[in-house]
Design a protein around this ligand. Structure first.
Ligand code: TNX
Length: 508
């Protein structure tokens, strides 16, 4: 695989080198508006972070920003209450206009940089913008001007599959940090599948103890304790990332079926599975015990989940007859509702009876049949919000090119340019932008067993996901994006992210 800095075929000869972009022009995701004006602020040893009137949450945002800025710069960056004086000022203004719940204003001039938002989440995102405006390695000038910014979509997600190959909470936290800096606000965790059950459930302990103790290829697997899971949720929450846990049902359940014979229609537990086929397992739709299982598992999960959503899968239930599938999903969705959460399901749920308010996650691709798309369009028209995860664009487990070592290619090859170059607002004909809750990039791990391969597949494509989710439609443009992406190279290097130096990006 070539690692040269070759300019992508699609870059125009007259394109500026990344270094020629001003810091405001380099921002990724592109903000709603950014205007350079007047002299800048000299960020350095004397910089103080001021968090306005005392507020615990704003204080925490300030401390986290200080920590993030200290890393590369080695500056002291004390955090103090109060607004007066030079420095970086964090300001909550409930009346701030045009910023919504997650947006912000960033004003930079000689006396300092003021971040203004209605919410601490907005201040957090403003801080991530500021990180990109200070030089990679520390002290220097932040240019003068104003950024006025807010997201296009409410849901900007990434998914990690810890079922096919097990990954630790530590590694997932690292991903949260990497994502949150680009304003991704949702982490979907695929906790269970045929090859492993990865979360301890008190009322069904063998799920994790036995069902979690293997993985694709026959490795030892593993699982998270409830405390580890809580730790991840809290860590993500401090970075304004909501965790959406998924228990995939009624298919993709071999690990559960292997752990408890009583869940099987014939009362016999199958072997654990370490291969990569899909569609062969199903919970026993006719047994009442199945619904006690669903209720207890989702009940314990809901209790661990401060977020709004429980994802119940529903994909590729090829071993469940259609009528059984619909009957099962009716009951599973009702359980989610009883535990006070909103259902998310893969878009196959559209072919059954999505519950009121249920969110559908579309993972089709260019060759998905018109009939299948029509079902999703009809559900969207009936009021179901849609999350777009087109497999031939946002599946991070698809190979970039034939020579990419890890990854699959059933949805085709997905170079960086293809991954980025589409418009979520008009992607599914008949689904208006208002029905699109947002976008998500899943990383399935049948072929991914190490942090290096994870990062190689996710980076840099997941930055495109971040921009598709956040930036205004008018800003989406490969020529501009590819330069901005190239400019992130040194930042990713500084963070030790093992990204792929894709040949379609003009890396310096
Ligand atoms: C399809 S996407 C699946 C997963 C696989 C993935 C591999 C979806 C809802 N189901 O079970 O891991 O393809 O790319």
């Amino acid at each position: 695989v070539s690692c040269t800095a070759a300019r992508g075929d699609d870059a125009r000869p007259g394109d500026d080198a990344p270094a020629a972009l001003t810091p405001f022009e380099r921002l990724l995701p592109a903000p709603l508006s950014a205007r350079a004006e007047g002299p800048g602020y000299s960020f350095g040893a004397g910089t103080v972070i001021r968090t306005g009137r005392p507020d615990e949450e704003v204080r925490r945002v300030g401390e986290l920003l200080a920590e993030q800025l200290r890393g590369p710069s080695g500056l002291p960056l004390p955090v103090v209450d109060g607004a007066g004086g030079d420095g970086i000022r964090l300001r909550i203004d409930e009346e701030a206009e045009g910023v919504g719940d997650e947006g912000y204003l960033l004003d930079s001039g000689p006396a300092g940089i003021t971040l203004t938002a209605r919410t601490p989440a907005g201040l957090f995102h403003a801080g991530q913008t500021l990180r990109q405006l200070v030089p990679v390695s520390g002290p220097g000038t932040v240019p003068g001007g104003r950024v006025s910014d807010r997201p296009r979509f409410a849901y900007r997600g990434a998914m990690i599959d810890i079922a096919r190959h097990f990954f630790t909470v530590e590694q997932v936290k690292r991903y949260v940090d990497q994502l949150a800096q680009y304003k991704v606000n949702t982490l979907h965790v695929h906790l269970t599948d045929d090859q492993g059950w990865r979360l301890a459930i008190d009322s069904w302990p063998r799920l994790a103890e036995y069902g979690g103790a293997s993985e694709v290829g026959g490795g030892p697997g593993g699982h998270w304790t409830k405390d580890e899971y809580r730790e991840l949720v809290a860590y993500a929450g401090e970075r304004y990332v909501e965790v959406v846990p998924e228990i995939d049902m009624p298919g993709h359940t071999n690990a559960a079926l292997a752990s408890y014979a009583e869940l099987n229609c014939d009362g016999k537990a199958p072997e654990r599975y370490t291969g990569t086929k899909v569609g062969f397992s199903s919970l026993c739709v006719a047994k009442e015990r199945t619904y006690e299982f669903v209720d207890q598992v989702l009940g314990e999960l809901a209790e661990l989940t401060p977020g709004r959503y429980l994802h119940i899968g529903g994909d590729e239930a090829h071993s469940t007859p259609a009528a059984d599938y619909a009957a099962f999903m009716d009951r599973a969705q009702a359980v989610v509702g009883r535990h006070g959460k909103t259902v998310v399901g893969w878009h196959q749920l559209a072919a059954a009876r999505p519950a009121e308010g249920a969110v559908l996650q579309y993972w089709g691709h260019d060759r998905t049949s018109a009939a299948e798309k029509a079902g999703v369009v009809a559900a969207a028209k009936a009021g179901h919000p849609v999350i777009l995860s087109p497999a031939d664009r946002l599946y991070l487990d698809m190979k970039y090119e034939a020579a990419t070592k890890p990854g699959l290619s059933w949805a085709g090859l997905v170079p960086v340019r293809r991954s980025y170059s589409w418009n979520p607002g008009s992607y599914l004909a008949g689904v208006p932008e208002s029905a699109v809750l947002g976008v998500e990039a899943p990383l399935w791990t049948e072929t991914i067993a190490t942090r290096a391969d994870w990062e190689l597949m996710a980076f840099p494509r997941v930055l495109g996901l971040a921009e598709l989710g956040w930036s205004p439609a008018a800003a989406l443009d490969w020529a501009s994006y590819s330069l901005r992406l190239a400019a992130q190279g040194p930042r990713m290097d500084a963070q030790g992210i093992a990204y792929y130096r894709a040949p379609d990006v003009p890396w310096s």
